[in-house]
Every structure is written in C-alpha cells, then in structure tokens.
Design a protein around this ligand. Structure first.
Ligand code: ATP
Ligand code: MG
Length: 296
C-alpha cells in the first residue's frame, strides 16, 4: 500500500506500521493481529490532496470528538473502540480498535442539500440517483436524511457516487439496507444532539467494518468536521453556501482567486497561509467544544 505523505510514520515501540491514509496512520500491536492502533495525524486533506502545513491539534480534536460521539451513538450501533490507553507519543490522538474487515462502501447520509449532492441535483434533478422535487435550493433540508453512498477509492483516486443498486450488488440486499438504515439514523441522532448546541450537520460519511461474528461495527471516525459539514444553526439560510465549522473554509480559500490555484489544473494546491491554518484550527476546536460542552 502507498504512503501518501511526506511525513514518515512514527516509530512506536511495540507496534508495526501497517498503512497510512490521508489523515490516519494504522499500526498493528505486536502479538495482537485482531487489533489496530489508529493514530489521527494533524494532516488536512481537501479535494483529495493532502495540504501543507498540518493543522495543530487537529488529530486530537478528531479523536476526542469521535470517542464522544461513539458513546452518544452506542444504542444505535456498536463501535470499534477497544481502549484509549495508548503510547505516550500519540496520547490524545490515538485509539486502540478492533481490526475489522472494512465494508467497501463510503456510507454518506445527507440531511441538507449541498456540495456534491447539490451539483448532481442541479444537473439531473437527482441525488445519488434518487429523484427529488423541483425547486430545492443550496442548503434546503430534506424531510428525512437520504443515503448517498460512494465508492471507497484507493488513495490518490476520487470517490465516485454509488447508486443504491450498486451498493446492493456489492454487499447484498439485506446488508445494503442495514448500511442505509444505520447511516441515516446516525445522522438523525447526530442532528438531534447538535441542534441543542446550535449546530446543524448537513451531511456525513461513516465507515463500517464487519466483526468476526459478521455484525456491522462503526469504525474509523464519526461526526467530525473532517467527515461532516457542520453549519451554525443561527445562520442557516437556504439559497446560498452556508458558513461552516468544517474544512469548507480551507476549500473556499483554495478556490478563491487569492490562492492562485485552479482545481482543474490537477496540480497540488499551494501551502496554506498561517492565517488560514490558525482559523481552521480554531474552527475544529470550536466544533469540539460546542458539541461536547468540554474545553479542549
Ligand atoms: P477517507 O478519506 O475515505 O477517510 P483516508 O485515506 O482519509 O480515507 P484515513 O482516515 O486517513 O483514510 O485512514 C483510516 C483508514 O483506516 C481507512 O482506510 C479506514 O477504512 C481504516 N479503518 C478505520 N477503522 C478501521 C478498523 N476498525 N479496522 C480496519 N480498518 C479501519
Ligand atoms: Mg478517513
């Protein structure tokens, strides 16, 4: 497998490096093939590029926020967490998890129309092949969250939308229904909780694995600013792009004339200015603090 980062993974005594994704580094504990140490780095990705420089504390925010959500969702779905006792070098940003057979589908649920869903809707009147009523605007809320899966592309390639029939073909009819049900319930529950804290979760991506008994287990990260779009509820106003707590901020800078970068160029984006790094860090920390009620 490729290691798509210039930072080489840490040497962690007692653990063997297995794989590095865009954000996380995976290690196998010696003598425990059934577990993984999942270490969240401070790397930030946008448009499938890993950006430079990293965002200080981002790995810890993502890890702590996911742990908090896993607990809030425990009655909906079991999760992969085994222990938060981890080596000091990765304290706060790593978790020991059950090593699962990952389901080869990125499970996306959308509560509001925006982003890639909006682009498809404008072009075809559908989102992930689902026909929707005419006249919806950027930021409009769906009656119920919809499930819009995508393929899990290898590092360096882009995820492609996956119509529900394709999910059924990939994992079977019953399992596809289970994925859809769990994913939309996670987003619905997330929104119930976030609403009390003044945040709307427009959409989110989750990943499931299958344990040794064949059960679906929630893995990876959940309801973080990396995997979700968080909007301040008091500024929600359909009809244009919503202000957000997540990396839309970085994406907006990259797409602005100021960055000098063109998405269609295929070239790596420029380094983020210090101000964008600091404001992005502040957004991640604010999302964590508002949702959990804890001080970071
Ligand atoms: P994506 O953008 O889709 O999240 P990524 O390359 O950013 O992809 P990372 O989050 O950096 O992925 O890396 C985490 C990797 O660990 C993913 O490949 C994910 O599927 C995998 N993973 C997460 N939890 C588990 C688990 N419990 N067992 C096995 N693999 C897992
Ligand atoms: Mg990931």
């Amino acid at each position: 497998m490729t290691t798509p980062t210039t930072q080489s993974p840490l040497e962690i005594p007692g653990f063997t490096h297995l794989y590095s994704g865009k954000v996380r580094d995976l290690y196998v504990p010696e003598g425990r093939d059934d577990q993984l140490l999942l270490v969240a780095s401070d790397r930030i990705s946008a448009f499938d590029f890993i950006l430079d420089p990293p965002i200080p504390d981002k790995g810890a925010v993502l890890t702590q926020l996911s742990l908090w959500w896993f607990e809030q969702l425990a009655d909906i779905v079991p999760n992969h967490v085994v222990s938060v006792e981890v080596p000091d070098v990765v304290a706060g940003r790593a978790v020991l998890v059950q090593r699962l057979e990952m389901v080869p589908v990125e499970c996306v649920a959308r509560a509001y129309l925006t982003g890639g869903g909006l682009r498809e809707y404008v072009a075809d009147g559908t989102v992930s092949g689902l026909a929707l009523p005419a006249g919806l605007r950027d930021g409009d809320k769906f009656d119920v969250p919809i499930f819009t899966a995508s393929t899990k592309a290898p590092v360096g390639q882009h995820d492609e939308p996956m119509p529900f029939e394709a999910v059924e073909a990939e994992v079977g009819v019953a399992r596809a229904a289970e994925l859809r049900d769990l994913t939309t319930r996670i987003l619905a529950r997330g929104n119930e909780i976030a609403a009390e804290r003044g945040i709307l979760i427009a959409d989110t991506k989750v990943e499931f694995g299958v344990d040794e008994l064949g059960r679906l287990v929630l893995a990876d990260e959940v309801l973080t600013p990396d995997s979700s779009r968080f909007w301040p509820a008091d500024q929600w106003e359909p009809g244009h792009t919503q202000p957000s707590f997540d990396k839309e901020f970085v994406r907006e800078w990259l797409l602005s004339p100021g960055s000098g970068w063109s998405k269609s160029s295929g070239e790596a984006p420029p380094a983020l200015p210090a101000e964008v790094v600091e404001r992005t860090r502040a957004k991640y920390v604010e999302a964590y603090e508002r949702l959990t009620g804890h001080t970071f």
